[in-house]
Design a protein around this ligand. Structure first.
Ligand code: CDP
Length: 219
């Protein structure tokens, strides 16, 4: 059985950074499941589709054939690596992610990433739905203030100015939409270990996940 470590949690909790570093430390593959929702959203926005039109967005998800090459993401010949990180695409992603048939279309693509020697998968439902048999499930959280501050710093590094109050509000709105949706709402999976990283550095957070994984192997 190929091991999987799932890292789920709310927006800007640091899941992506932590998951990528844990994968690197263990020599495992890394699945950024949010990127698939972002790609679906990006392609749908580009085609000027109504984001509530489940038939249309399902067709986009079904046809999705992204290429992941050396840290870049190419969709239909276009390098979309940076474009899908835009806040507007994130907001659109959380809308298309609420459509049950869109989620179903993306299941196989996610399961296919489970390859030897192992996988670290980050998202919202990695531990609860996609890899329920994962030996280690982590639910990574942080206070809304800490997450808004991190997003602010991230944007600042990219030279984008932002407002902390607006960022906090956006974050809380996205949390609400992710937690209240009918399908796969954001919640810790059964058996998940909760890790609050509000007062932890990335290194400390990664170290904690690796310690849990060692304990899990020894058990
Ligand atoms: O970086 P951030 O946490 O803001 O977003 P992301 O992980 O890239 O995911 C973007 C959106 O996709 C989220 O707001 C979720 O609504 C959705 N998503 C999901 O529903 N299930 C997943 N496994 C991953 C993302």
């Amino acid at each position: 059985m190929i091991p999987v470590i799932t890292i789920d949690g709310p927006t800007a909790s640091g899941k992506g950074t932590v998951a990528a570093r844990v994968a690197e430390a263990l020599g495992f593959y890394y699945l950024d499941s949010g990127a698939l929702y972002r790609l679906t959203a990006y392609a749908s926005l580009k085609a000027e589709l109504d984001l509530a039109d489940e038939d249309a967005i399902e067709a986009v998800a079904k046809a999705l054939a992204p290429e992941f090459k050396g840290g870049r993401i190419v969709l239909d010949g276009e390098d979309v690596t940076d474009k899908i990180r835009m806040e507007a695409v994130g907001v659109a992603a959380s809308k298309v992610a609420a459509l049950p048939r869109v989620r179903s279309q993306l299941v196989q693509l996610q399961k296919r990433s489970r390859q030897a020697p192992g996988l670290v998968a980050d998202g919202r439902d990695m531990g609860s739905v996609i890899f329920p048999d994962a030996p280690l499930k982590v639910f990574l959280t942080a206070s809304a203030e800490a997450r808004a501050q991190r997003r602010f710093n991230q944007l600042k590094e990219k030279g984008i100015t932002a407002n902390i109050t607006t960022l906090t509000q956006d974050l809380q709105e996205r949390d609400r939409r992710d937690m209240e949706r009918a399908v796969c709402p954001l919640a810790p999976a059964a058996g998940a270990k909760i890790l609050d990283s509000s007062n932890l550095t990335v290194e400390e957070t990664v170290a904690q996940v690796l310690t849990w994984y060692k304990e899990c192997l020894a058990a």
